[in-house]
Design a protein around this ligand. Structure first.
Ligand code: SF4
Length: 484
C-alpha cells in the first residue's frame, strides 16, 4: 500500500493510521499525484486549500472509493485528523477491520483523556472527542476513561520537585522466542555483567549528585530489563547499596525490582533485595501453561513461578505478575485459566500484555494476524474477570506493532497501583535513567516540555563509550538550571 500526499505534510501521521490495516506490509508514502501507470493499491490524500479528499484505488484499478470534507466541515478544524478519519473509514470498509482505538496511533492514549479531563471536559464532550471524532470503540473509550480516573489522584501526589529513577539491567539468561527487546546473543552479553555493574554504579553516583544539587526529591525507583535478577545476590546488593549511598531516599514512595523470570530468582536474592529497601517485585509467568512456556523458549515451569510468588509474599513484597495474551499455541481457554490462576493467588497487581510483533521477533506478521480475534477476546474477557475479582486498570500503553492495535494494561487492587508506571507513562515528572538502553526524560516543571537523553542501547556500546554518556549528563543541569 502506498499513500500519495499533495498539498500538506501529514504523510507520517497518515502512514501510521493506514499501517493498522496492513499486517506484514510497510505502508509507503510518496509526494505528489499518483502516476497513471501505478498498478498497486494506493490512497491519495489531497488538500487543495478548499477540500480535503482521500481517494482509494484497489490493486486492479476497478474499485475506487472517495471521501471528502470541505474547509468548513473539517473535523475539529483539523486537517490531519480529518485525513486520518477518512483513511480509517475507507480502509475499514475495504478490509472489514475496525481497529479498536480508532485513529489514535500513539502509545499513550490515556494522556489524551487526562488532558481533556484537566481542561474541564465532561463525559458528553469526551464522547464527542473520542467516540465521534476519533472513532474509538466504546470498550476502549471506557477503558481509557476508567484508567484516567484512577490515575488522576495519584498524579496529583507528584510535586514539582519530584523525580523517579530507572535502572536498566539489559541481560537475560536466555532469549524468549517472542522477544523484540534483545536481538543479540544474550549468552555473550552476560559476560559483560561485572564491568557493566562498575560503570552503572559510576553513572548512578553522578545522577545522585546531580539530583542532590538540584534539590529534587526521589519518589520512585524501578529496576527493569532484561531481567535484573539475572545478577547475583552480591551484584544486586552492590547496586542497591550504591543507590542508598548516592541518593536521599527519605522521600521515596516506591521501590520496584523486576524479578521477571523465575529461573533467575533465589531466596538469597529476594532477601537481599528486601533488605536493601525494595518493597515491590514483578514475577512474570507470562502464562501458567507449561507447554506454552516451552514453546516460547522459557526454561521454567508455571509452578516455579508460583513458588517464587509465595516466597516473595513470605518476605513481605507487594507483587506484580505479568501475563501475555497471544503467545504461540495458547488458546482463549488456556489464557483465561492463567488469568484466573493469578487471581486465585492474589498478587497486588496483574499486568496483561498483548504480544508485540516487531522485525526482530521470530514470529511472522501472518501468524500474528491469525490470532487477532482470539487476542481481542482474551484481553476483553481478562478485564471482565479481573474486575469481578477487584482489580482495576491503572495504567495503559500501546506499542507499535502490537496485535490488532491492542494495549497493555496494568490492573491493581485499589491502593496498590505502581506509581512508577503511572508517572513514567504520563511523563508526570522527570525520570533519570541509568544503564544501557535507558532514556532519561526531563520534564519542565512549568511548561511540561519534555527533553530526552538517550544512553547507548547495548551493554558493549555502553561500556566502550561511557565517556559520552557522562558528557550527556551535563544536559540535565542545563535543563534544570534554567527552570528551577
Ligand atoms: S525475559 Fe523479557 S527481555 Fe528477556 S528475553 Fe525474555 S522477553 Fe526478552
Amino acid at each position: 500500500m502506498t499513500i500519495f500526499i499533495k498539498g500538506h505534510s501529514y504523510g507520517y501521521e497518515l502512514q501510521r493510521v493506514a499501517q493498522m490495516f496492513c499486517f506484514g506490509e510497510k505502508v509507503q508514502i510518496r509526494e505528489g499525484v499518483p502516476p497513471q501507470d501505478f498498478t498497486e493499491a494506493y490512497l491519495y490524500a489531497d488538500w487543495d486549500g478548499i477540500t480535503a479528499k482521500v481517494t482509494y484505488y484497489c490493486p486492479n484499478g476497478t474499485e475506487k472509493k472517495l471521501l471528502s470534507n470541505t474547509r468548513e466541515t473539517l473535523i475539529e478544524e483539523n486537517l490531519e485528523l480529518t485525513f486520518g478519519v477518512q483513511i480509517f473509514e475507507i480502509l475499514s470498509a475495504v478490509t472489514g477491520l475496525c481497529p479498536p482505538w480508532g485513529v489514535l496511533t500513539g502509545i499513550r492514549p490515556v494522556k489524551l483523556f487526562l488532558k481533556r479531563i484537566q481542561e474541564g471536559k465532561d463525559q458528553p464532550a469526551l464522547k464527542e472527542v473520542f467516540l465521534k471524532n476519533r472513532l474509538l470503540e466504546t470498550s476502549r473509550f471506557q477503558l481509557a476513561l476508567q484508567t484516567a480516573q484512577i490515575e488522576l489522584p495519584l498524579l496529583e501526589r507528584s510535586t514539582k520537585d519530584s523525580f523517579s529513577l530507572y535502572v536498566s539491567i539489559p541481560f537475560c539468561p536466555s532469549r524468549c522466542t517472542y522477544c523484540s527487546f534483545v536481538s543479540h546473543s544474550v549468552e555473550q552479553a552476560v559476560k559483560l555483567i561485572p564491568a557493566y555493574i562498575d560503570k552503572l554504579i559510576e553513572e548512578l553516583a553522578e545522577i545522585g549528585q546531580l539530583a542532590q544539587q538540584l534539590k529534587l526529591k526521589l519518589r520512585t525507583i524501578y529496576f527493569g530489563g532484561g531481567t535484573p535478577t539475572v545478577l547475583s545476590a552480591d551484584q544486586l546488593g552492590r547496586l542497591m547499596e550504591a543507590i542508598t549511598k548516592y541518593f536521599d531516599l527519605s522521600d521515596l514512595w516506591e521501590y520496584t525490582i523486576e524479578a521477571g523470570r523465575p529461573d533467575t530468582i533465589t531466596k538469597e536474592k529476594l532477601e537481599t533485595i528486601r533488605k536493601m529497601g525494595a518493597g515491590r517485585i514483578s514475577v512474570n509467568p507470562q502464562t501458567l501453561s507449561d507447554s506454552v512456556l516451552q514453546t516460547v523458549g522459557r526454561k521454567h515451569t508455571a509452578s516455579q513461578c508460583m513458588e517464587c510468588y509465595r516466597l516473595a509474599k513470605e518476605l513481605g513484597f507487594s507483587v506484580n505478575m505479568d501475563l501475555i495474551a497471544g503467545l504461540p499455541t495458547d488458546t482463549l481457554e488456556g489464557f483465561l485459566h492463567s488469568v484466573n490462576g493469578l487471581i486465585a493467588a492474589g498478587p497486588e497487581n496483574i499486568t496483561i500484555h498483548t504480544l508485540t510483533v516487531k522485525r526482530a521477533a521470530k514470529l511472522s506478521a501472518r501468524e500474528a494476524r491469525e490470532q487477532l480475534d482470539m487476542v481481542r477476546n482474551m484481553v476483553d474477557n481478562a478485564k471482565t474477570d479481573l474486575e469481578k475479582a477487584g482489580y482495576f486498570p491503572y495504567y495503559l500503553y500501546r506499542q507499535t506493532g502490537t496485535l490488532s492495535s491492542l494495549e497493555n494494561v496494568g490492573y491493581g487492587k485499589p491502593g496498590t497501583e505502581c506509581l512508577y508506571n503511572i508517572y513514567m507513562m504520563d511523563e508526570t515528572h522527570s525520570v533519570f535513567a541509568a544503564g544501557a538502553g535507558a532514556c532519561t526524560r526531563l520534564r519542565h516543571p512549568q511548561t511540561g516540555k519534555i527533553q530526552r537523553i538517550y544512553n547507548y542501547k547495548y551493554p558493549y556500546e555502553y561500556l566502550e563509550r561511557f565517556g559520552d554518556i557522562k558528557e550527556r549528563k551535563k544536559q540535565i543541569t542545563a535543563f534544570f538550571g534554567t527552570v528551577l
